[in-house]
Design a protein. Structure first.
Lengths: 113, 112
C-alpha cells in the first residue's frame, strides 16, 4: 500500500512569510497527526484529527499555525507569519481508528531565515 | 504534559558490538509504548508496539522489553551493523484518543 505522502520535502522562507505543508495519509486511515520536530528534541504533537474533526490541538500555536482536513482525507498545515523558532521538521502520520501504530511520512524540513 | 526520557542522547559503537537504550515514561494511565527507528531523510519506521507489562518483542537483531509498573523500556541491538545507524525514538501513549508523547531519541552511530 502507498505510504503517507508529504510535500514539499524542503522549504526555506524568510521570517514573517507564510508557508503551507500538505499531507495525504494512507487510504482508509481516519486519524491524522501533525508533529513538529525541532533539532535535538522529540517530535511534538501539534494537532490530531479524527476524520475531519479536531481531537487534540492543545499544543498548536493558534496565533500563527492553522490546520485543516476538510474532507477527512488530506490535510494542510499553515504557518502565518513564520518565526525563526519554527525551523523544524514537520511530520505527518496516520493510523486506523483505535490502532496504536502510526505510519509516518518523510517530513518537510522548514528553514526560516 | 507527560515526560518521556531517553538515554543516552547519542552513542557511538563499533560494528559487531551489542548495545541498549533506555526509555522512561509515566507509569500511570499507560496504554502503549512504541519504538521507532528514524534514519536521516527517511520516514520514522515503527519497530515495536508494546502494551503488556513484561512484554518482550524481537525483530531480527533488535529486541525490546517493557516494565509498565516502574515505567521503563529497554531496546537492545545485538551485533550492531552500520545500517543500524539512526535515531531511535520511544513514544508513550495514554488511553482515550491515544495521545502520543515522544522522547528526545537516542542517536546511534555504528562505526565500521
Amino acid at each position: 500500500e502507498a505510504g503517507v505522502a508529504q510535500s514539499p520535502r524542503y522549504k526555506i522562507i524568510e521570517k514573517r512569510q507564510s508557508v503551507a505543508f500538505w499531507c495525504n495519509p494512507i487510504s482508509g486511515h481516519a486519524t491524522l497527526y501533525w508533529y513538529q520536530q525541532i533539532l535535538g528534541q522529540g517530535p511534538k504533537l501539534l494537532i490530531q484529527f479524527q476524520n475531519n474533526g479536531v481531537v487534540d490541538d492543545s499544543q498548536l500555536p493558534k496565533d500563527r499555525f492553522s490546520a485543516e482536513r476538510l474532507k477527512g482525507v488530506d490535510s494542510t498545515l499553515k504557518i502565518q507569519p513564520a518565526k525563526l523558532e519554527d525551523s523544524a521538521v514537520y511530520l505527518c502520520a496516520s493510523s486506523w481508528t483505535g490502532e496504536r501504530e502510526q505510519y509516518f511520512g518523510p517530513g518537510t524540513r522548514l528553514t526560516v531565515t | 504534559i507527560l515526560n518521556v526520557e531517553q538515554s543516552p542522547q547519542s552513542l557511538h559503537v563499533q560494528e559487531g558490538d551489542s548495545t541498549n537504550f533506555t526509555c522512561s515514561f509515566p507509569s500511570s494511565n499507560f496504554y502503549a509504548l512504541h519504538w521507532y527507528r528514524w534514519e536521516t531523510a527517511k520516514s520514522p519506521e515503527a519497530l515495536f508496539v508494546m502494551t503488556l507489562n513484561g512484554d518482550e518483542k524481537k525483530k531480527g537483531r533488535i529486541s525490546a522489553t517493557l516494565n509498565t509498573k516502574e515505567g521503563y523500556s529497554y531496546l537492545y541491538i545485538k551485533g550492531s551493523q552500520p545500517e543500524d545507524s539512526a535515531t531511535y525514538l520511544c513514544a508513550f501513549s495514554t488511553g482515550g484518543y491515544q495521545k502520543v508523547t515522544f522522547g528526545t531519541g537516542t542517536k546511534l552511530q555504528v562505526i565500521p
